[in-house]
Design a protein around this ligand. Structure first.
Ligand code: ATP
Ligand code: MG
Length: 350
């Protein structure tokens, strides 16, 4: 199966016709499995699988292996009893036709773009206030980004000062959370990436001026999934208070980075966050700030039950670079750049 071929599992002619029409609109090929053995043969190779409600119960009974990008498709209204089968096949969504047609075209467009696979996603969390999490998230994204390897930096902290300022994109045109919250599901990964404020392969999703209405978990899930499909790496600046949205984001990250200031107070506060991060089941890595402290970074990492990735000294001239709109990483050598490089190596993003 070629990368730009989606798998459709159905024996229903009407659904088949509808889906072939949508696939043509998205410019993608569709392989059709009319029965369960054919579905299982192509199950893992397809970048996206669309399962018709007609074959869903039989497919659920066959217990296919877990994989991402599985969506159940059926004519509205999809009966409630099918949701259990949808969970059994690991479906991310159950969508009704014709209401979900444009949504499906966006998903299929991602297949055509070759962006249906999810990017590595790193959540950065401060162990205590002002530890340097936002700065490091911005530094990591800036360091990793290039036009050939686009990175999306997501500001998920509604109380923060705005990460777009840190990377020098606060004046740039583009969509922000406010407009996305009003139109969830509207973006394919490519259109999301193109719509964000960006420079040199780095796109940023943040709040902008004005009020910040609370985000719905569904919106965040949708937007994050488009970001992951459209980039090489996603970096999320996550607030310490892991509310429903924060937990939702964390469950979609591949790694968590905890940034801790080397003081007793900060380490004590960090230990509570470290437990929450570890509960998410993600690997948790530690970055410490504040060289010269009596606390040993390795010892702190052991206490927190994390692995130490880097112990950073302060970045000189940071405020000046940020004020000039240059972002926190201005050379490949400073402490932020070195820490970013070791994160990328550890998470396997280089
Ligand atoms: N690596 C660094 N070197 C020097 N200064 C830094 C570094 N990281 C952060 N700072 C400075 O520390 C302050 C707090 O940084 P930052 O906003 O990144 O922390 P935070 O953990 O995100 O804080 P908050 O709890 O408000 O979210 C800022 O003034 C920033 O310029
Ligand atoms: Mg912050």
């Amino acid at each position: 199966m070629s990368a730009a071929t989606a798998l459709l599992v159905t024996a229903e002619h009407r659904l088949l016709d509808d889906m072939l029409r949508l696939a043509a609109a998205a410019g993608v090929m569709m392989e059709v499995a009319h029965d369960i053995p054919a579905a299982l043969r192509s199950w893992t190779a397809a970048p996206v699988v669309l399962v018709g409600t007609d074959l869903l119960p039989d497919l659920a009974a066959a217990a296919p292996v877990r994989r991402g990008q599985v969506h159940v498709v059926g004519a509205a209204p999809v009966p409630d009893k099918l949701f259990r089968d949808a969970l059994a096949v690991g479906a991310a969504t159950v969508v009704d036709l014709p209401a979900a047609e444009s949504w499906l075209v966006e998903r299929l467009t991602d297949v055509a773009d070759g962006t249906a696979q999810s990017a590595l996603t790193v959540a950065v969390v401060g162990g205590s206030g002002g530890a340097g999490a936002t700065t490091f998230a911005a530094a990591l994204a800036q360091y990793a980004a290039s036009p050939a390897r686009p990175v999306i930096l997501v500001d998920a902290d509604p109380l923060g000062a705005g990460i777009d300022r840190v990377v020098g994109l606060d004046e740039a045109d583009g969509v922000r959370w406010g407009s996305l919250a009003q139109s969830p599901g509207r973006f394919s990964s490519r259109s999301l990436r193109e719509a964000l404020p960006q420079r040199g392969g780095l796109g940023v999703l943040t709040w902008g001026p004005g009020t910040r209405p609370p985000l719905a978990a569904g919106t965040v899930r949708e937007v994050l999934s488009a970001a992951q499909r459209g980039s090489h790496l996603v970096v999320v600046d996550l607030p310490r208070h892991l509310d429903a949205v924060g937990s939702e984001v964390l469950s979609r990250c591949s790694h968590a980075l905890l940034v801790t200031w080397l003081s007793m107070e900060s380490v004590a506060a960090s230990s509570r966050i470290a437990v929450r991060l570890a509960d998410s089941g993600r690997p948790v890595h530690l970055l410490t700030r504040g060289r010269g402290s009596a606390l040993d970074p390795q010892e702190v990492a052991r206490t927190l039950g994390t692995s130490l990735l880097a112990s950073m000294s302060d970045q000189r001239r940071l405020e000046e670079w940020i004020a000039l709109g240059l972002g926190p990483v201005h050379s490949r050598r400073g402490p932020l750049a070195r820490a970013a490089a070791s994160v990328l190596t550890t998470v396997g993003a280089r």
